[in-house]
Write a protein that binds this ligand. Structure first.
Ligand SMILES: Cc1cc2nc3c(=O)[nH]c(=O)nc-3n(C[C@H](O)[C@H](O)[C@H](O)COP(=O)(O)O)c2cc1C
Length: 152
């Protein structure tokens, strides 16, 4: 049995900007790793378009999805920004660093990329939190059992 599926996470959309290109990717492999300084990590597959963008970027945004935003998780997690503008028809604003912030999310965290570690077929991006805002104090969308979970 694939026991790692018992590790449950929040589902987020990680957003980024490189020059004029903005993109977002659904991410479940995210966690906090340090209190002081405040650090989080995201794990991004090396095949993803987002990996190429993040490798050359200084910042990323973490959009914590609410339990009502399953459609957004599927949208940002099923097509690639390589050949598609995922923000077309999506409500968002830009942070002062030009990173997209989605509407209706639980909260937004902006990070400066301070380290990148190789991790097999993924890379781990360590982000130092430089800004955070709570928008809606509702339950986040959870991921576990290899799927987005309903009814939490
Ligand atoms: C709920 C969900 C969680 C995901 N979590 C991750 C993740 O943690 N890391 C990752 O590299 N891809 C993850 N993916 C897959 C990417 O979101 C997906 O391949 C996406 O289309 C890549 O887009 P891009 O090519 O524009 O970067 C997840 C997909 C879904 C639907």
């Amino acid at each position: 049995m694939d026991v790692v599926k018992k590790i449950y996470n929040s589902t987020v959309v990680v957003t980024m900007r490189l020059n004029d290109k903005i993109n977002g990717i659904s991410v479940a492999w995210i966690t906090r790793v340090s209190i002081n300084p405040k650090l989080i990590v995201i794990s991004i597959g090396k095949e993803r378009f987002s990996y190429l963008l993040l490798k050359s970027s200084s910042f990323f945004g973490v959009n914590i999805l609410s339990k009502f935003q399953k459609d957004l998780a599927i949208h940002f997690g099923s097509v690639s920004g390589r050949d598609y503008d995922k923000f077309e028809g999506i409500d968002y604003e830009l942070s002062k660093n030009g990173i997209p912030i989605l509407k209706g999310i639980v909260g937004y965290i902006e990070c400066e990329i301070v380290r990148i570690y190789d991790a097999g077929d993924h890379s781990i991006f360590v982000g130092k939190i430089i800004d955070e805002k709570l928008y809606n104090n509702v339950e986040p969308l959870l991921y576990g059992e290899h799927k987005i979970l309903e009814g939490f």
